[in-house]
Design a protein around this ligand. Structure first.
Ligand code: ADP
Ligand code: MG
Length: 350
């Protein structure tokens, strides 16, 4: 489905490891004051002065986390940065640096790795983070990418998963469920394409949800917005595995219960219409779909007036005593226990 726009194939082994690293990284510039030394020595050097540093890592494996059959390498590079920045923002921190490590099989020519790094650079530029290092090695089979993201934060501003209190409001940014449905559309089109390669799909009506899957964004704006509004969440997490499992993480770590209201869950119109087409419940998709990279947080009721009119934020429930349990309150006003089902075990028939 993705056309090979780059027919040239330069063998990486001709360049050598150092030539490759230099070729890939020499266009990256340094934007953060805290970056003292980036690429080029045995280690990078950072100086956060009186701030705390937050550090998070993700490993992405071809065939497990991504499929190059429909994921262009540029998008993959972009997304590999985004998923890590999302974890930094979920601590209420500012993302400042990343390291990128790759293992490549010999089926990848230089042009493929260049594309990957174009996506990485785009994300670094847009999110104003410095690429400060990494590692480059070969793999027997496939592509592995490991990204570590680093951020800075005033010690008083850090938000953990564990601070939610009974009666706090539960808030989510943006809308949820779209990325999972985008993946369903891409997988369906890939199968159609395998049967008939002449069949170029018309994906216009799915543009938003496909973008949510292939080119997600992290909520850099939310820690900034919360600061402006003078709101410090009591707990926060990013939505990578679906609302349900993230709510359960907050509840378990904070020792509280929760009522989540089905009719409050924010959905894009394209998510709703595609759910109808696939004959799946949009609530199930929102609860178990994942990869939305929105932020889910709790705030004290006192802060409600500060956030209530904000179009980025939707109140979807409230926290309760732990003994009351974790529930979805349906449109029909029945209570269903929340279950943790990440997208790996997601049942399409549900
Ligand atoms: P070492 O032998 O000490 O591991 P390398 O030769 O692997 O050093 O790396 C040289 C420099 O290039 C280091 O600053 C390292 O962090 C950086 N680097 C290596 N691979 C990558 C990569 N894939 N992306 C970005 N920087 C990299
Ligand atoms: Mg190395």
């Amino acid at each position: 489905m993705i056309e090979d726009k780059n027919p040239q194939r330069t063998s990486i082994s001709e360049m050598g490891e150092f030539g490759l690293i230099d070729h890939l990284t020499n266009t990256f510039d340094i934007k953060q004051k805290s970056t003292v030394k980036a690429i080029g020595d045995d280690a990078a050097v950072l100086d956060f002065k009186s701030k705390q540093a937050v550090v998070t890592t993700d490993l992405l494996v071809e065939g497990v986390h991504f499929d190059l059959g429909y994921m262009p390498l540029k998008h993959l590079g972009y997304k590999s940065i985004i998923v890590n920045l999302s974890d930094v923002y979920a601590m209420n921190a500012k993302a400042t640096q990343v390291t990128v490590s790759i293992a490549l099989s010999n089926r990848f020519p230089l042009e493929a790795v260049e594309e990957l790094y174009q996506g990485i650079k785009l994300a670094c530029d847009l999110y104003k983070v410095d690429l400060i290092g990494g590692d480059t090695t070969s793999s027997d089979k496939g592509l592995l990418i490991s990204v570590t993201a680093i951020g800075e934060i005033n010690p008083n501003d850090v938000v953990y998963r564990s601070g939610a209190q009974s009666n706090d409001l539960l808030v989510v940014t943006g809308d949820v469920g779209g990325a999972y449905l985008g993946l369903q559309v891409l997988e369906r089109e890939k199968q159609v394409f395998q049967v008939n390669p002449q069949n170029q799909p018309d994906l216009d009506q799915y543009s938003y949800i496909i973008e949510r899957q292939l080119k997600p964004e992290a909520r850099k704006d939310i820690p900034e917005l919360l600061k402006e509004l003078n709101v410090k969440p009591t707990s926060m997490i990013d939505v990578s595995d679906g609302l349900s499992s993230e709510i359960i993480h907050i509840c378990k770590q904070s020792k509280v219960g929760c009522n989540l209201y089905e009719d409050k869950i924010p959905l894009d119109p394209q998510t709703i219409s595609t759910c109808e087409e696939f004959n799946i419940s949009s609530t199930t998709v929102a609860l178990s779909g994942g990869e939305d990279y929105e932020l889910l947080f709790t705030i004290s009721q006192e802060d409600y007036p500060k956030i209530k009119a904000n179009p980025n934020l939707t109140i979807i429930g409230h926290m309760t005593q732990e003994s009351e349990g974790m529930h979805l309150v349906t449109r029909a006003n029945t209570k269903i226990p929340l279950q943790a089902r990440g997208w790996n075990s997601f049942d399409k028939q549900a």
